[in-house]
Design a protein around this ligand. Sequence first.
Ligand SMILES: [Zn+2]
Length: 97
Amino acid sequence: MSKTKSDDEAPILECLRCLDRYSKADVRSGLYRLETIVCSRCYARMQRAPHRVSCFGKPTMRTPDWKTLLGYNPSAPECRDLCPDRVVCRRVVRAPV
Ligand SMILES: [Zn+2]
């Protein structure tokens, strides 16, 4: 049995963060990440947010007055093993979502 278009576009997947609903078609177009159940819009928002709000998708940096802004750090256990967004973060830290 072949899948119908409506089946494909049924909004059955919920984003963990914004609670918007997405379809299988959205997964294929990259709008929704099955591996983390978070949508790309949320990841884009997190990446644009300041370091103190979200470390997602940003490199760890120093400010001119030598404060450390914590972002992605490949040697930190959080980034290597613990963070649920680590795979996506690693990928986008160099290329914006
Ligand atoms: Zn979302």
